[in-house]
Design a protein around this ligand. Structure first.
Ligand SMILES: Cc1cc2nc3c(=O)[nH]c(=O)nc-3n(C[C@H](O)[C@H](O)[C@H](O)COP(=O)(O)OP(=O)(O)OC[C@H]3O[C@@H](n4cnc5c(N)ncnc54)[C@H](O)[C@@H]3O)c2cc1C
Length: 397
């Protein structure tokens, strides 16, 4: 077994792990090692998401999501510009289907104001100028600063930037266990560290547990699948068309997103699944699946908002229900306008078992020399660079 001595050891080369590594190197920290279990970056949430750089409308003022999303949007856009990464900068509209959703739309407008985010209530004529095919009940909310990127391209650029700054990224190097306070076994390596930062996404809870932290919290997986508009469709989407979300749960609903290559994806769903990496219907289940099923069942009984997700979302495996969701957002969408895709992603969502509630914000646990980032859910892709600054300034300097 090879031994490495380092100042910082980061577990996970997702967007959060790499953004933290980059921020540490910006702060002139010299010895930074990132351990990644896969053979490349972006194999999980960070490479499989919608690629939307959110503006910060949805999140409760003062929350970590709100703070990091607003600044993160600016930082990630500036990174993309500096690396000449293509972006679709056509903003987004959130559309309402009825009076109740219109009321929520107004509440979202208020949240945007509280977060200092530029968002405008627009009428149907203004909506038609921005997104000619979108439909809304009386008004819509327009977010000019929302943008879209290819997340895999961003991940590759972030990885190259880290390596150029001297970060050592070890692929095929899964975290195995801690050996005492300052040593970790990962893949073929014994790594002695001053500070360890757990950014392991879907497995971050299990690593925190081995350190004796956050035992009342575990992650459960929600799968998102996508369809896309056929090239032959007459439906036109310039930027993003989103529904009014149910603000009691952390998912934003099936939406239309135009990517930098001219494709328009529709999704993602948020279906409870029984494997942390269950991208295919059966593949990705493990011995842990029984315990995830049990947790889902318990939450189903105890938590009303999870119950509604667990009932509504799996229906969307049936194309008719998926289509119905999409149809509510644009005028004249027909069944033949959309086609299946293989794109899917899994959102690991933290649950507090003392309260039987989904945790809504990012969550950080520490002990004397380890930092554990749990629940880096959406918009953590957008907010990654800002979140990394907070982690480094608060815990690593
Ligand atoms: C379908 C979907 C759509 C989304 N859309 C958006 C969006 O439009 N905009 C937005 O801002 N956010 C979006 N998100 C959320 C965003 O993708 C995540 O918040 C973000 O990618 C989380 O990054 P991460 O680094 O924490 O996790 P990950 O990307 O999962 O990275 C964790 C890394 O740790 C590695 N790892 C795990 N266990 C170990 C171990 N034991 N040893 C070593 N390495 C390990 C994994 O292989 C992985 O590479 C979406 C997410 C999904 C799933």
């Amino acid at each position: 077994m090879k031994t490495i001595e380092t100042e910082f050891c980061i577990i996970g080369a997702g967007v959060v792990g790499l953004a933290v590594a980059r921020e540490l190197s910006n702060k002139k920290k010299k010895k930074i090692v990132v351990c990644e279990k896969e053979h490349k970056v972006g194999c999980h949430a960070s490479g499989r998401n919608s690629g939307v750089l959110h503006a910060g409308i949805y999140y409760t003022a003062g929350s970590m999501k709100a703070r990091t999303c607003v600044e993160g949007n600016r930082l990630l856009k500036s990174f993309c510009r500096s690396k000449r990464i293509p972006m679709v900068e056509k903003g987004k509209v959130i559309v309402a289907r009825n009076q109740q959703e219109l009321d929520t739309l107004h509440a979202l407008y208020q949240r945007a104001q509280n977060n200092g985010v530029d968002a405008q209530l627009i009428n149907e004529k203004q909506l038609a100028d921005i997104e000619p095919c979108a439909k809304s009940y009386q008004e819509a909310l327009y977010s000019p600063h929302t943008a879209t990127v290819d997340p895999e391209v961003v991940m590759q650029a972030l990885y190259e930037d880290c390596v150029n700054k001297g970060v050592m990224v070890l692929f095929n190097t899964p975290f195995k266990n801690f050996e005492g306070q300052n040593t970790v076994i990962a893949g073929e390596y014994l790594i002695k560290f001053d500070t360890l930062i757990n950014c392991a996404g879907a497995y971050s809870d299990t690593i925190a547990h081995t350190r004796g932290l956050a035992h009342h919290l575990t992650l459960i997986p929600f799968k998102g699948i996508y369809t896309k508009l056929r090239k032959t469709t007459r439906i036109k989407v310039n930027g993003n068309i989103y529904p009014v979300p149910d603000v009691r749960n952390p998912f934003l609903g099936v939406h239309f997103t135009a990517n930098p290559y001219g494709d328009v994806y529709i999704g993602p769903t948020a279906m409870p699944v029984f494997g942390r990496e269950q991208y295919d219907f059966m593949k990705g289940m493990s011995r842990e699946s029984v315990s995830i099923f049990y947790k889902d069942a318990l939450l189903f009984l105890k938590n009303k908002s999870f119950r509604s997700v667990a009932i509504d979302e799996p229906k969307k495996y049936i194309p008719y229900f998926f289509f119905k969701d999409a149809q509510g957002l644009v005028e004249g969408l027909s069944y033949t306008d959309i086609e299946k895709t293989t794109k899917s992603g899994i959102r690991p969502q933290l649950v507090d078992w003392d309260k039987k509630e989904l945790v809504m914000d990012f969550s950080v646990f520490t002990d004397s020399n380890t930092i554990h980032i749990l629940n880096a859910v959406s918009p953590a892709f957008t907010g990654s660079m800002s979140f990394a600054k907070i982690i480094v300034d608060k815990y690593c300097i």
